[in-house]
Ligand binder design. Structure first.
Ligand code: MG
Length: 282
């Protein structure tokens, strides 16, 4: 099932999306409450034409930071270390992490598909894209074993982990370079876990019409069960928590010379079964 957060008139609420029919069925509650509810409520009205509503990010303002995973595809880890921007690895031997690298993005960096990525003129001119599969936690928990991890997943969405490479490198910790306003495009909607085989999804990213990233989630170094086990070992995961699982090779810094985003560029991220996340740089 596809679930979106929609805005129509004065109302902002979760809705079931029937893409084929072009309709949104409002559910009368927000997405995080829906996730906590553990069952699907009846729609509160007849379907609204998708053309008559605004689709926001599925969780427009997460309750806490978005958990993100660094260097979780082998070929990307290699291109990142080679680029010289990687403050976490100075040698080839350190390229593939021994344990998941976890950082976060602030909740206020989230924007919807169709909203602009704001070019931080005067602050950074090394803005990069990162196509990522994102996990949305359903039932929370602490000390979740990897064998039970999928019981805690509500669904999946797409995140573009937009990054200012120079700030990422300068500040060693990645939060500033990853959390500038508008640097977390998310959506277009959330797809419930029963609808996709998450261990085998094509993931692609275009800048304008050029395909830059083309990979499969089967190639994750640390898979979703390991990520959930790692995070929940000492941090209680909560309903609505979001984990962006890392990006494959083909980001701008992987090119020689690097090919960073410029105002006017359009970034499109597509994952099989999850839709397309499209954002222009402005
Ligand atoms: Mg990333």
């Amino acid at each position: 099932m596809k679930l979106a957060t929609i805005k129509h008139g004065l109302a902002t609420e979760a809705a079931m999306i029937d893409e084929e029919a072009g309709l949104a069925f409002p559910l009368g509650i927000d997405m995080t409450t829906l996730i906590m509810l553990g069952q699907m409520p009846e729609p509160t009205s007849r379907g609204l034409p998708l053309s008559s509503v605004a689709i926001l990010a599925p969780i427009p303002l997460p309750a806490r930071n978005i958990f993100c995973v660094g260097k979780n595809y082998r070929a990307h880890a290699q291109e990142f270390t080679r680029s010289g921007f990687d403050s976490s690895a100075k040698s080839e031997a350190e390229t593939i992490p021994e344990a998941p690298i976890i950082f976060t993005k602030v909740p206020q960096s989230v924007i919807a598909s169709g909203e602009p990525i704001l070019y931080p003129r005067g602050l950074s001119d090394k803005i990069d894209y990162e196509a990522e599969l994102a996990v949305v936690i359903g039932v929370g928990g602490r000390g979740i074993d990897r064998s039970d991890a999928y019981d805690h997943v509500f669904g999946y969405t797409i995140v573009n982990d937009v990054t200012a490479r120079d700030l990422q490198s300068l500040h060693k910790q990645w939060l500033i370079g990853k959390s500038l306003d508008s640097f977390c495009p998310m959506g277009p909607w959330l797809v419930t876990a029963d609808e996709v085989d998450v261990a085998n999804l094509g993931i692609r990213c275009w800048v304008n019409d050029e395909l830059r990233q083309d990979a499969n989630t089967a190639d994750l170094i640390f898979d979703i069960p390991i990520l959930i086990e790692t995070l929940s070992a000492g941090i209680t995961l909560q309903p609505g928590d979001i984990i962006a699982t890392g990006t494959p090779a083909g980001v701008g810094l992987g090119f020689d010379p690097p090919r960073f985003l410029r105002p006017g560029d359009r970034v499109t991220v597509e994952i099989d079964g999850l839709g397309r996340l499209v954002n222009d740089v402005r």
